[in-house]
Ligand binder design. Structure first.
Ligand code: PMP
Length: 457
């Protein structure tokens, strides 16, 4: 076939061949595509993705947790199209535009109290870099240059750029690059999968906090900030913990004069049952990182929210050289801001959080039988995030040997049955768009169960 024909072709198979000739996919061993080629998506609608043969896949993971209100939502589509007619992009240094201003106003209004300043970036990892640099730089500006270290939790994930990777603690992503990464203090995760028999989530989270408390007290004078994923450590395997951990952490950070960075990139915008996960602990972090669902899953955008105290440490005569000079070309892109504003309007005009409660309860009820499965050690859930921990032996909780790739087998089996699941190791999780129906939840869980049975056979 000539190049012209191939380019013009709409044939799915041909598209895959073209893809494999040139596209290097993220988070993928490309050789795996010899067995399972990438799925060529022709169109998307609501919870569904459709390929060139008309096969449909339920997007049970919201396309890497970004999509909130379904694909091609009419209101978000219209907002992006309208913005396209006005201004597609302009730099945000020395210039400004209505979409960025209105979005910053709205985020300040809905975020935990006191987070009045909004610094835009263009993806989640960039937001984490911004927060780390801002915290470090704050202490420099406050003449406390010794405060330059960061504390993270075991099992945490904050992105792939070198700063974000350094505060991350998932070996799979981090190991190779370890020589390049800054030295970080690590406290044990409050992950409630590890709680003792009979221990509640709150008791376990409190107990685990003691290590964090000791670490903070010992190193307070050299720590800039603690960074956590509130309530659910997502990429680390949907590890969940009790809000009491965050309340205790807030108190300890205040006492030790250490910043608290809440990375709500994955858990923000309703995923955990409240608009922001921090609300469940009644706390305001010093820095709040947002991305993913911020634009409803349409366009890359992130924001770091800070309070006046941090902002003021940078506000000075130019000659004092205190400004935060971090920048990205697409910072505050108007199209992305328009998508974000339309997304936030949906929260304001529809009872999203209440509706999600009903959906989350339905999901919990439908997943409950899996808790008795011979290869399931735990079914856990926080709001609209649910996870099933697969093991070789449920009584001893002995894991499947990693090289057997049971999780990947679940992915393949589910795909063949029309559901996009992408287990993290052997943790099968569900993070669907909020427009999923109860019938679709039934289908999703039935397929997942069949896929788990097949993969664990
Ligand atoms: N923080 C958290 C908690 C995340 O889950 C992710 C992405 N999975 C990131 C940061 C990084 O975001 P991005 O992929 O947009 O760089």
């Amino acid at each position: 076939m000539s190049t012209a024909n191939r380019v013009a072709s709409r044939d799915g198979v041909t598209l895959v061949a073209r893809d494999l000739a040139h596209v290097w996919h993220p988070c993928t061993q490309m050789k795996d595509h010899e067995q399972l080629p990438p799925v060529p998506v022709r169109s998307a609608d609501g919870c569904w993705l459709e390929d060139y043969d008309g096969r449909r896949y339920l997007d049970a993971i919201s396309s890497w947790w970004v999509n909130l209100f379904g694909h091609r939502h009419p209101a978000i589509n219209a907002a992006v199209v309208a913005q396209l007619q006005q201004c597609e992009h302009v730099l945000l240094a020395g210039f400004t535009h209505e979409p960025a201003v209105a979005l910053a106003e709205e985020l300040a209004r809905i975020a935990p109290t006191g987070l009045t300043r909004c610094f835009f970036a263009d993806n989640g990892s960039a937001a984490v870099e911004v927060a780390l640099k801002m915290s470090f730089h704050y202490w420099q500006n406050r003449s406390l240059p010794r405060k330059r270290r960061f504390v993270a939790l075991s099992g945490s994930y904050h992105g792939e750029t070198l700063g974000a990777l350094a505060v991350g603690n998932v070996e799979l992503y981090r190991r190779v690059y370890a020589p390049l990464l800054m030295d970080v203090l690590t406290a044990p995760s409050p992950d409630c999968y590890e709680r003792e028999r009979g221990e509640s989530w709150a008791e376990h989270s409190r107990r685990r906090f003691e290590d964090m408390r000791a670490l903070l007290e010992r190193h307070a004078d050299e720590i800039a900030a603690v960074i956590v994923e509130p309530l659910v450590q997502c990429a680390g395997g949907m590890r969940m913990y009790d809000p009491v951990y965050l309340s205790l952490l807030r108190e300890a950070c205040d006492r030790c004069e250490v910043h608290l960075i809440a990375d709500e990139i994955a858990v923000g915008f309703g995923r955990t049952g409240t608009l922001f996960a921090c609300e469940q602990a009644g706390i305001t972090p010093d820095l709040l990182c947002l991305s993913k669902g911020l634009t409803g899953g349409y366009l890359p955008l992130s924001a770091v929210l800070a309070g006046e105290r941090i902002y003021e440490a940078f506000y000075a005569e130019y000659a004092a050289q205190r400004a935060f000079l971090h920048s990205h070309s697409y910072t505050g892109n108007p199209l992305a801001c328009a998508a974000a504003r339309a997304t936030l309007r949906l929260f304001a005009t529809t009872p999203v959080i209440e509706d999600n409660r009903r959906l989350a309860a339905h999901l919990a009820a439908r997943l409950a039988p899996l808790a008795g499965h011979p290869h399931v050690a735990e079914v856990r859930q926080t709001g609209m995030i649910a996870a099933v921990e697969l093991v070789r032996d449920r009584t001893t909780r002995a894991p499947w040997p990693g090289e057997e790739r049971r999780g990947w087998a679940v992915h393949r089996e589910a795909l063949a049955r029309g559901v996009l699941l992408r287990p993290l190791g052997e943790v099968v999780y569900f993070m669907p768009p909020y427009v999923i129906t109860e019938t679709q939840i039934d289908f999703m869980v039935d397929v997942a169960t069949a896929a788990i049975d097949a993969a664990c056979a």
